[in-house]
Design a protein around this ligand. Sequence first.
Ligand SMILES: [Zn+2]
Length: 282
Amino acid sequence: MFEENVITFAKYRWFLASLAEQSVQSLPIKSLLTRPPQTGDLYLKHDVETRPKLAARMARIETELGHIATYYFQGDLLETANGKTIAREIAELGHEVAYHFDVLDANDGNWNAAQAEFDRYCAKFAEIDCRVQTICPHGNPTKARDGWKSNKDFFRAAETRAAYPAILDIVVDFPAIFPTGRYVSDAGRKLRLIEDIAGNDTSNTAAMGDGVPLSWEDLPARIGNTDGLVLSLHPHRFATSAVSLYLQKYGFKFLKSAYLAVRRIPFVSKLASRFYYLARRL
Ligand SMILES: [Zn+2]
């Protein structure tokens, strides 16, 4: 009934513990601002979209096993007391807390509004003593766009770069930082080795289809063979047990296939685009 390479906290703990044999300890993304990656480096990054409690649980496991990770929080989570408290807790454990931005999609490609939102949320991070040094763009698989490709465009723009010269975008800057590096993601609720994390946003279909499956057991060898591996995981998708993962995963699969079946109907794609942000909770 259950697949072997499920994403559960137990499996993740097993994976992190197994890294001790190779003496691999993960580094925060901000360390790349002062030190280039070296062979065997591991960077754990997490996109916190919702359910920050699960991010805190993950952070405690990492701390216990001697790893430092980077937690990219959606800006609106810092507008809630709970999100703020948990972000602070995670930072106090020694992890990097940074910004998972959604500014171009959320503002329908309006660059001025996007930059205003970016500044507003950066200030929220500063308020909890987590000055934003690195960022990660959020992907929205059901967003319809006209005039911009995805949130990745924001830090591709020379004007944005000039406004924030010290900020590193782990996705857009990936090929420059890691010429032979690897980016592994839990997109689709399975580990996948992503081929082109910086440029796979030519369409929503291309972004969703990028990558080949990989098992947890394959990861340690991959880490040793590159000038750095970024492992990107979504804590809210982690199951506390294999049973809850099964329910979560197949519920999601059902919704996804239902959407794929009807998305060509104009009314449906318009509606999905309007409520695109709901998808981040899945
Ligand atoms: Zn995201």
